[in-house]
Design a protein around this ligand. Structure first.
Ligand code: ADP
Ligand code: MG
Length: 223
């Protein structure tokens, strides 16, 4: 199985109140094609820091991040933007949907930015939202959706461009336990159907246990 993601010797420090804090102290990990991997660690262990680096959203780290055949450090800014758009999908704890656009439009727009034609983008958005039980919610704006529904739209948006790798940061962390379990089960099913790989940060052992493999982040390294 070829790897979608290879991280080697990743280090990231922050200065807080004049003191340097070493958050990531040499993280090594791999995610295979289509593999769904939990990144488990308590709050403050560096999960978001790691995902932001892998998501090509932040520099300031040492080490190697390889997404398919691309070495992140070697990319120019325009190439990083293209890599993010073409290879990655993001789901955050809070949905970050565009508030003035409907559920359908949010998922369509992600594809138009990617260069898709409107008709195909609309068909794909309807199919993804339908698969997540939102066929009757297509024209709702985010503020008219429940928290679980908002996260389902965010999942559909993340998958819209068929990314090789989904990066999810506590994707159900803002939902009550029962809703979180349902939305997470749907997320897993759809990511598997679509064949994307995923790296999912969570502090929740129960959610982590549902994935293919668990990586534990502790003291700045993967145990
Ligand atoms: P997690 O997502 O596991 O809760 P984070 O990656 O958000 O952990 O944070 C890990 C540590 O790094 C925390 O101590 C946090 O305060 C620190 N940190 C994260 N981002 C910054 C930043 N931009 N500036 C300073 N410290 C930061
Ligand atoms: Mg976090």
């Amino acid at each position: 199985m070829s790897d979608v993601l290879q991280v080697a010797g990743l280090r990231r420090s922050f200065v807080q109140g004049g003191v340097e804090i070493h958050v990531l102290r040499g993280v090594d990990l791999k995610v295979g094609e289509g593999e769904i991997v939990a990144l488990l660690g308590p709050s403050g262990s560096g999960k978001s820091t790691l995902l932001q680096a892998v998501g090509l959203l932040e520099g300031g780290y040492e080490g190697s991040i390889r997404i398919k055949e691309l070495e992140a450090a070697a990319l120019k800014e325009t190439e990083r933007t293209a890599a993010r758009r073409d290879m990655l999908g993001f789901v955050y704890q809070f949905h970050h949907l565009l508030p003035d656009f409907s559920a359908l439009e949010n998922v369509v727009l992600a594809q138009l930015v990617h260069g898709a034609a409107r008709a195909e983008a609309t068909a794909r958005a309807e199919s993804l939202l339908g698969a997540l039980g939102l066929a009757e919610r297509l024209t709702h704006k985010p503020s008219k959706l429940s928290g679980g529904e908002q996260q389902r739209v965010a999942v559909a948006r993340a998958l819209a461009n068929k990314p090789a790798l989904i990066l999810a940061d506590e994707p159900t962390g803002n939902l009550d336990e029962a809703t979180a379990d349902i939305v997470f089960a749907e997320f897993l099913r759809l990511v598997r159907e679509e064949g994307s790989a995923a790296l999912v940060a969570t502090h929740n052992e129960r959610i982590a246990a549902k994935m293919d493999r668990i990586l534990r982040l502790h003291d700045g390294v993967i145990e």
